[in-house]
Structure formats: structure tokens, C-alpha cells
Ligand binder design. Structure first.
Ligand code: PFF
Length: 453
């Protein structure tokens, strides 16, 4: 009885477009604009991109469809879905990993997003571009190492995330994604046009488009696969949770393909907004995590109308981070609402605050608490490592095995909206049963040090 009531009361997306934009909003985030460009830079450019595209097609899209299908079929959160489909079996632990990963990822995601917010205001006021180019690295190090300021920005960012999620699926998450996602696309296109029309941009474009396979090693392949997970928001129950608000008439294979293509297109365009500009001004494309906070501000300094474009760029990152952070918070919120019968308001404020507090040591570990390490990593890096390299691939592996094997082929094809006779149905099952598990296991073995190249 209470289950019946709960199902009746479950929120749903207002429109199919709203669902697509929210899922794209989840996928498109810091992973696309901050991480993808720098790992591409570090791993040799175009050849790395080709491997990344293969990972998206062979593993990313099939697992995203698996997540949507599980969520839509059960209309439950990440833990409840597994319980409902296989009662009495331990598969629900997959969802528990997801909820745990959400706590960890959002804690440091909020820290980096806070940096982006702060850089947006520094860009607006002109302070950012007043810093001499050769001191940009020190300025960034000084800012993130400061005990107070980054935490204040993180507080502001997390407060905005909480306020959106409190308002619910239609009025909060869907509404904000409908505004932010189209804006994001427009900002990115403006930045790409600016970058590719700079004199000397051609070298950066060919860095992205002409593959040099000699630069590719086994480690780069593993980085590409790990990033495909992070970028598509997989392995954490996010797409299960978003899928659980999807009406029955939406075609899930099309949705999973569309969201994955949009995410990949966005990452490529972010590369096209960044590398031509980096090359045009003779900067280093392999600068690592500091690429957008150190190299790019120096690039904006040399560019005509650089201040205007720097504001657009940091605004772009902040907004992209917001739509992803919202989706991460929704995973534990949906779980706690069902499990403990909390209201959305109570669940969002309590969990959001705990995650915020957990982010503080991450922020401090980059400065004041720099000496404190776990297995040789600072707190920030340890949390990132545990969540991104262990929990997400593990969640993805278990989800693939669950839908590929545990549910039974007929049931899986039925909830995924594919037929056994179709090529896509066959390929989907093949990926979930063999391709994805084998490749994910290889990545995990290498991350944990069992495999070295
Ligand atoms: N996909 C987001 C990004 O690329 O920044 C990050 C993310 C969101 C990861 C949601 C995992 C997740 F469940």
C-alpha cells in the first residue's frame, strides 16, 4: 500500500526535452572543460581522442542505456532499483557504492567549482588579467592554498546547488537545466569562434585533428576509459536516478545515444576553444590540471578583448559544474527520501551540508593541511582517486554485469526498449556481458597496480 502511494507521488520530468537537457547537464561538466582538455594535452592530442571516442561507443553508451533502463523500469533511486529487480540478492550494494561515490565526488567537485566561481568574479573585476602572465601559476597556487577564501566560494556554490535541488525535479532541476544548457552551448560556440579565428590557431586545430599514434601508450588508453565514465556520469547511479523520473513513452536507446553524443561533442568543442588559443600564443598544451586556471588566463591576457572572453569562459565552467553537481546531489537525496521517508527539503539540506563539510578538508589539503596524506596522497587527491578510479568503474562494472547477466536477456532487452532480433539489441547485450566488464577490469587492475605498462 505504502509502495503504491509512493509510486503515485513520484516526481516526473515535465517534458522529454527537459529530461534530455538535465541528463546532458549532468554529463557536461568540469570533466569536459577542465579535465578532458588537459588529459588530451598530456596524452598527445588526436590519437587519444580517437581512443576516447571508441570507449564512449563501446562502453559508455551501452552502460548509460543500462542505467536509464533500470531507473525507468523501477521508478526508484539507485539502491531501491536494484532491490526491486533482484529482491534478497546483494546487487543493491552497487547502489550503495553509488551513494558513497556521490558524497565523495561532490565534496571535491564543489571545491573546484568554487575556484571557477571565484575566477569568474576575478575576471569580471579585471583583477585576474592584471596578474603578470609569468605569475599566474603562483597566483593560482596562492589562492587554492589559502585557508579561507576557497572555502567561502565552495560554500556559495554548494548553497546554489542545494537551493536548486530543494525545488524538486520539474521546478528545480529541469527548469534550471532548460535555462543553463542552451546558454552554455551559446557561450561555447562564441569561444570556439574566437579561438579558431586567432592568427596561428591552425597548429592547435591540427593538434586535435591529426593523430600521432606514436604518442599513444597503454596508460593513455586506460585514462581514456576512466574518463569516459566520469564524463558520462556513469557508475554512480546518477543516470538510474534521472531515469527513474522518465515517463514510459520516452525511447531510451535514442536518449542514451543523444546524451553521449552531446557530451562528447561538448568536450571536443571545449578542446577547440582552448588548444588553438594555447598554440596561437605559444603556450604549453600539456600543462596538466592548471591548464584552465593558469595557462588560459595568460592566453586571455594576450588576446584582443581578452577580459570579455575570460568572463565568458569562467562563467561557462561555473554553469557546467552547477548542472553536474545538481545531478550528483540528487543521487543521495532520492535515496534518503525513500529510505527514511524524509521530505525533499530535509534530505537536500542535511546531505548537502554534510557533503559541503566533507569538502573542507579537501580544500585545506591543498594548502594549510598540505602535510597530511593518506597512502601518499593529499586528502583532495585521495578522495578523487578513490571515487573516480575505484568506485565509479566498480559501479559501472556491477551495473553492466547486473543488466547483462543477472536480469536475464529477455528482461534486459524489454526494459532497455530493444529487440533481440535487432543488431543494436545484440550489440548492447554483447557489450554489457563481455566488452565492458573485460575492459573495466583491465582499467581497475592497472589503477590498483596489478598491471603495469
Ligand atoms: N559528468 C560530470 C563531468 O564530466 O564533470 C561529473 C559527474 C557527474 C561524474 C555525475 C559522475 C556523476 F555521477
Amino acid at each position: 500500500m505504502s509502495q503504491g502511494l509512493e509510486q503515485q507521488a513520484r516526481e516526473q520530468w515535465k517534458t522529454r526535452t527537459g529530461f534530455m537537457l538535465a541528463s546532458m547537464g549532468s554529463a557536461i561538466g568540469l570533466g569536459n572543460i577542465w579535465k578532458f582538455p588537459y588529459i588530451t594535452g598530456e596524452n598527445g592530442g588526436a590519437a587519444f581522442i580517437i581512443v576516447y571516442l571508441i570507449c564512449i561507443a563501446l562502453i559508455g553508451i551501452p552502460i548509460m542505456l543500462a542505467e536509464f533502463a533500470v531507473g525507468r523500469n523501477t521508478q526508484k533511486d539507485a539502491v531501491g532499483s536494484f532491490r526491486e529487480l533482484t529482491p534478497g540478492k546483494p546487487w543493491f550494494i552497487t547502489g550503495i557504492f553509488g551513494v558513497a561515490a556521490a558524497f565523495l565526488i561532490l565534496s571535491f567537485y564543489g571545491v573546484v567549482a568554487g575556484w571557477a566561481l571565484s575566477y569568474t568574479t576575478k575576471a569580471m573585476s579585471g583583477d585576474l588579467l592584471a596578474i603578470p602572465a609569468d605569475q599566474m601559476g603562483d597566483a593560482f597556487g596562492g589562492f587554492i592554498g589559502n585557508a579561507l577564501s576557497p572555502i567561502l566560494w565552495q560554500t556559495l556554490f554548494m548553497a546554489i546547488v542545494i537551493i536548486v535541488v530543494v525545488r524538486g525535479i520539474k521546478e528545480g532541476i529541469e527548469k534550471w537545466n532548460k535555462i543553463l544548457m542552451p546558454t552554455l552551448a551559446v557561450l561555447l560556440v562564441i569561444l570556439v569562434i574566437r579561438a579558431v579565428t586567432l592568427p596561428g590557431a591552425g597548429e592547435g586545430v591540427s593538434f586535435l585533428l591529426s593523430p600521432d599514434f606514436s604518442a599513444l601508450n597503454a596508460n593513455a588508453i586506460l585514462v581514456a576509459l576512466g574518463h569516459a565514465f566520469f564524463s558520462l556520469s556513469l557508475g554512480m547511479g546518477t543516470m538510474i536516478t534521472y531515469g527513474s523520473y522518465v515517463p514510459k513513452n520516452v525511447n531510451l536507446p535514442t536518449a542514451a545515444t543523444g546524451v553521449s553524443l552531446a557530451d562528447t561533442g561538448f568536450a571536443l568543442l571545449a578542446g577547440l576553444a582552448i588548444f588553438p588559443a594555447v598554440f596561437a600564443f605559444g603556450m604549453d598544451p600539456g600543462a596538466g590540471p592548471g591548464l584552465i586556471f593558469v595557462t588560459l588566463p595568460a592566453v586571455f591576457e594576450m588576446m584582443p578583448f581578452g577580459q570579455f572572453f575570460s568572463v565568458l569562459f569562467f562563467l561557462l565552467i561555473s554553469m557546467a559544474a552547477l548542472t553536474s553537481a545538481i545531478s550528483i546531489l540528487e543521487v543521495p537525496v532520492a535515496y534518503f527520501m525513500r529510505k527514511f521517508e524524509w521530505t525533499r527539503k530535509k534530505a537536500t539540506w542535511i546531505i548537502g551540508t554534510i557533503i559541503f563539510l566533507f569538502g573542507i578538508p579537501s580544500s585545506l589539503s591543498l594548502g594549510a593541511w598540505g602535510g597530511f596524506t593518506i597512502f601518499g596522497l593529499g586528502f583532495f587527491d585521495a578522495v578523487d582517486y578513490l571515487a573516480s578510479n575505484i568506485l565509479l568503474p566498480l559501479g559501472g562494472l556491477l551495473t553492466a554485469l547486473f543488466v547483462g547477466w543477472a536480469l536475464g536477456k529477455q528482461k534486459s532487452l524489454e526494459i532497455g526498449g530493444l529487440s533481440e532480433a535487432s543488431v543494436w539489441g545484440k550489440l548492447w547485450i554483447l557489450s554489457l556481458r563481455f566488452v565492458a566488464p573485460v575492459l573495466i577490469l583491465l582499467v581497475m587492475a592497472s589503477v590498483l597496480g596489478f598491471l603495469t605498462f
